[in-house]
Design a protein around this ligand. Structure first.
Ligand code: TYD
Ligand code: MG
Length: 464
């Protein structure tokens, strides 16, 4: 038994120190240090790495070209959208962390996945948060439950040791742990959900999963600050980190990969929460398009999430301010970005926007970070200021430079294809993009004024 020493562990980054500090010296967060009496080194000794039999042969390096390659096997999850985000399906023996706010639908997503995969593979669903009865109640609401068969194996358990034993006994192809924070290792003194517990439970599960080639899906909770609890600890341990997000007031849910060792990140999966569970949305653009007829202050952009173009509507409201400093509010794009675009419009088009409040919203609660939305934002603002409607069926794509110039954006061809597919007829894009898109009337513009004239068909320079 090692001498019991007290360590203090930061609950947000996992850094340890012997002394208590009000602020973590590693990540800088306040009041995050928690006393822990059993140091994790003890626990690590308890489960030693498997000893190599006899004399260990020295490992030698080999030339890259000589390294043998096995094709990656992939298991279909039953959701095309989930497969896309995973990079083509679930890799056997991989460890995937699925994070998201409480109530967003993580348990629903994984229970449906378990149901679909149980048709072809053996699947274990470990519920550490809900009782077997509660899971069964949810199960009965799902469409997948009606497909027959025995469904996945269910274990309602919070003790890590029991979960490991069941994994060893059942040896499923896929195991789902809902959630990693609710599991607990009886040999650690700290409370379930603490960094030490989360790290130890995940590491123990991973060792076993790699040994038995089990694909492991872990549910992780998001803390008040919006990060996965114990983020640094889990994120580098796992092969992929998926985040499930959405607006509480809207029914659609977005699944993204924040990290993926087996595929591209920034892929997007779109689902809709219905009363019988989650349904995939294969035409997400239709979700983010509102009214077909043009209203003043509305503009349509094509954002790109990974390789997935999304046609999205923006709305701006510009009205005379009654404050000393005008209000600027943006939902769905960064406020700094809006400030910058307003400054460019003020300077290069001579619009007196500093005397106007300006509100901007992206339809459907979507977050668009891309600079390619700049031209759409500018057009929505100018259209609202001038009380003009953009001609119906026009999309705007382009990044705005501080000098008022339009910068080319990536994946333009893909964006235009999507716009054409949804019935748009005109596009305003940066000059020099050289695209051949016969289905659309493409206007190229070098600067913001030229682009807005092409889009709105009006002379924009303001003299007052
Ligand atoms: P849940 O999967 O429990 O979320 P998490 O595990 O991320 O906390 O999702 C629960 C929410 O989803 C709950 O508010 C009810 C809703 N829901 C539906 O709308 N339809 C359904 O068929 C199910 C199962 C849940
Ligand atoms: Mg849950």
């Amino acid at each position: 038994m090692a001498k019991s020493t007290t360590t203090y562990v930061c609950q947000s980054c996992g850094a340890q120190s012997r002394q208590f500090f009000g602020r973590c010296s590693a990540c800088g967060s306040w009041n995050s240090l928690v006393e822990q009496s059993a140091p994790p080194t003890d626990a690590r000794r308890r489960r030693p790495a498997p000893a190599l039999g006899g004399e260990p042969a020295p490992r030698r390096s080999e030339a890259m070209a000589a390294v043998g390659q096995r094709p990656l096997a992939r298991l279909a999850t039953g959701f095309g959208e989930l497969d896309r985000v995973l990079g083509g399906g679930l890799v056997p023996g991989s460890l995937v962390l699925v994070g998201g706010d409480p109530g967003i639908g993580k348990s629903t997503l994984l229970l449906q996945t378990a149901a679909a995969m149980a048709q072809a593979e053996s699947v274990l669903y470990v519920s550490a948060e809900e009782s077997a009865q509660q899971v069964k109640l949810r199960w009965r609401r799902l469409d997948q439950a009606a497909t027959g068969g025995d469904g996945p194996q269910l274990l309602a358990e919070t003790d890590l040791e029991q979960v490991l034993k069941e994994l060893e006994a059942l040896r499923p192809a896929v195991a789902i742990i809902d959630s990693i924070q609710a599991l607990h290792d009886a040999e650690l003194a700290s409370a379930p959900g603490s960094v030490a517990q989360v790290r130890e439970c995940a590491a123990a599960l991973q060792r076993l999963a790699k040994k038995l080639d089990i694909a492991l899906l872990l549910v992780g909770h998001v803390t008040k600050e919006g990060v996965l609890a114990g983020p640094k600890v889990l994120e580098h341990l796992v092969d992929a980190v998926l985040t499930f997000e959405g607006d509480r007031f809207a029914s659609h849910r977005l699944l993204r990969a924040a990290k993926n060792r087996f595929g591209a990140t920034h892929e997007l999966g779109v689902f809709e929460m219905r009363d019988r569970g989650l349904v995939e949305v294969s035409n997400p653009s239709e979700l983010f398009l509102g009214s077909p007829e043009g209203l003043a202050g509305m503009a349509t952009i094509v954002a790109c999430e990974g390789t997935r173009p999304l046609v999205v509507e923006l709305q701006a409201l510009v009205s005379t301010t009654s404050y000393a400093s005008p209000r600027r509010t943006a939902t769905g794009i960064g406020t700094n970005r809006l400030h910058q675009i307003l400054a460019v419009l003020e300077k290069h088009l001579g619009l007196p926007l500093s005397r106007f409040d300006c509100y901007l919203a992206v339809a459907g609660g979507l977050q668009v970070e891309e600079p390619a939305t700049d031209l759409g934002v500018a057009a929505a603002v100018v259209a609202s200021y001038r009380d003009l409607a953009l001609p119906a069926g026009t999309v705007l794509i382009g990044e705005l430079g501080l000098g008022g110039q339009l910068r080319p954006v990536g994946q333009l061809e893909l964006r235009l294809q999507e716009a054409a597919r949804l019935g748009f007829r005109r596009a305003v894009v940066p000059r020099g993009s050289a695209v051949g898109q016969p289905a659309l009337e493409v206007h190229e513009a070098g600067g913001v004024a030229e682009a807005l004239v092409a889009a709105l068909g009006a002379n924009l320079n303001d003299q007052d």
